[in-house]
Design a protein around this ligand. Structure first.
Ligand code: BES
Ligand code: MN
Ligand code: ZN
Length: 499
């Protein structure tokens, strides 16, 4: 062995596989990669030469060899990470996740990982384990056969010149964040007969008890007292009563400016049939994920409770089912929201904004000075941005810029759409203050946002339309298809930065 001690430690790890990140067009001609090439008897150089492995993201190449005294593992897995110049912390998570899914299939339960990332050691360790945890989430909860029973259970990460304490802190954080993402994804995946608004509230309450958060659940009577006629109008068509879930995190010692409170607000439509403005049968099943924003709020609050930042955060979820029924809202109904504004409901399928209206107003009444809401609000955002970017809009450019900036770090794309008085005019109603839809086929995502804006008073506010990013239709090398837990990591970073 030449060069770095890290290679030796890595090789001697008591695991079944060594995993090393390799960049695009990289050759094992020097240093660490050369050492590893020697270990594999030149296999490494040969797969690169033959272009069997190119180092693109998602590329993998596995070698087996006889374990020796110095190299305990019997396998080396190369994982591609694309251009070295673009390699960032969030790519560490993708690489470790890709390795995990690959090795799990081979029934390998333990591996040592060399992420080769220059960023701070705690961050590298955090992202590395997060990838291991989130990549193992599967949609098989309700399968009685063919469950994925293989799992990677031991993971060692090597970062050059890292202090053990930094690695330990990163690993602990990464595990908590990864678990919270999977918690969110499990909620988002639940069928609507099981995850009713009451059940969603129960799950939040159970989580709060386990993690030490305060949890308050408002039932319809309480909401009626508060004048939440907009939210309750959506619930009217359902047998399932609505719930407003309120989770509070208060730090032992706060470093927040006096009076500052961040609120995370989520759309929790446990199923969206469209109501009387009913949706077509095809694809309606997808609408079980219409509570993804709410799931993200509950999952993010879970992570906050475990990570214990020094700023207070309140999480609010409007959990409601949108059904057609004799008691359901009709297109042309007029309802009054808790801030006194009257709404003409012209389409009962634009229900997310109706429940968020009362939820964001409640957040501000609870003292929120910054509000971030998350919602699978519009089909239009899927047409505009697809599954790679969450639509972001709001009334405060500073907050929006901060979230967009954070997204570059966490690997979550946010793309801003404009709001303006001109757009707001388009939801003026002929007979009430506002109507719940804009002109047909025009700026659907913005119309949702300007509607919610009507219920924000003084708070700084950002709205995330996650309809395109909360669910992924195809499996990826590092992630199962299905719920993504989008925005959780970026929101946590936002909280971290407010400390
Ligand atoms: N939950 C849907 C948004 C949605 C639609 C997400 C399709 C994913 C796929 C939302 O409640 C909705 O129905 N929005 C309507 C609004 C319209 C009636 C103004 C939409 O986008 O069609
Ligand atoms: Mn709808
Ligand atoms: Zn909806």
């Amino acid at each position: 062995m030449e060069s770095q001690g890290i290679t030796e430690k890595f090789s001697e790890a008591n695991v079944e596989a060594l995993v090393v990140v390799v960049f695009k067009n990289e050759k094992p001609s020097a240093g660490l990669l050369k050492d590893l090439d020697k270990l594999t008897g030149g296999h490494f150089a040969s797969v690169i030469k033959s272009e069997e492995f190119k180092g693109e993201p998602g590329d993998t190449s596995l070698f087996r060899f006889s374990p020796g005294e110095k190299v305990k593992a019997g396998r080396i897995l190369l994982v591609g990470a694309g251009d070295k110049a673009d390699y960032k912390l969030s790519d560490v998570c993708i690489a470790s996740g890709t390795a995990t899914r690959y090795l799990r299939k081979c029934n390998v339960k333990s591996f040592a990982f060399l992420p080769r990332c220059d960023a701070d050691a705690a961050g590298v360790a955090q992202n590395a384990i997060q990838g291991v945890v989130t990549s193992q989430f599967e949609l098989d909860k309700y399968k009685t056969k063919d469950k994925t029973d293989k799992a990677v259970t031991k993971f060692v990460v090597y970062v050059e010149e890292a202090k053990p304490a930094d690695l330990k802190r990163g690993l602990t954080r990464g595990q908590m964040i990864g678990d919270s993402m999977n918690f969110t994804r499990d909620l988002a995946n639940e069928p609507p007969n099981i995850l009713t608004p009451i059940e969603m509230a129960n799950r939040a309450q159970k989580m709060a008890k386990e993690t030490g958060l305060k949890c308050e659940i408002l039932d319809p009577a309480k909401m009626a007292k508060l004048g939440m006629g907009s939210l309750l109008s959506v619930a009217k068509g359902s047998e399932q009563p609505a719930r407003l879930i309120v989770l509070r995190y208060t730090p032992a010692k706060s470093t927040a400016k006096k009076g500052e409170l961040l609120a995370l607000v989520g759309k929790g439509i446990t199923f969206d049939t469209g109501g009387i403005s009913i949706k077509p049968a095809e694809g309606m099943d997808a609408m079980k994920y219409d509570m993804s924003g709410g799931a993200t709020v509950i999952g993010t609050m879970r992570a906050i409770a475990l990570l214990k930042p020094t700023v207070p955060v309140i999480g609010i979820v409007a959990a409601v089912e949108n059904m057609p029924d004799g008691k359901a809202s009709r297109p042309s109904d007029v309802v009054t929201a808790s801030n006194g504004k009257t709404i003409e409901i012209l389409n009962t399928d634009a229900e997310g904004r109706l429940v968020l209206a009362d939820a964001v107003a409640y957040a501000e009444n609870q003292g929120a000075t910054r509000i971030v809401d998350m919602a699978t609000l519009t089909g239009a955002v899927i047409i505009a941005l697809g599954d790679q970017n969450t639509g972001i809009m709001g009334n405060d450019q500073g907050l929006i810029d901060e979230i967009i900036e954070i997204g570059k770090e966490t690997g979550e794309g946010f793309w801003q759409l404009p709001l303006s008085k001109e757009y707001s005019k388009q939801i003026k109603s002929d007979i009430a203050d506002i109507k719940n839809i804009g002109p047909k086929g025009k700026a659907g995502t913005i119309m949702g946002a300007v509607f919610i804006q009507e219920f924000i008073d003084k708070a700084k506010w950002a709205h995330l339309d996650i309809a395109g990013t909360a669910w992924f239709d195809t499996v990826r090398p590092h992630q199962a298809k299905g719920p993504t837990g989008v925005a959780l990591r970026s929101l946590l970073t936002l909280v971290d930065r407010s400390q």
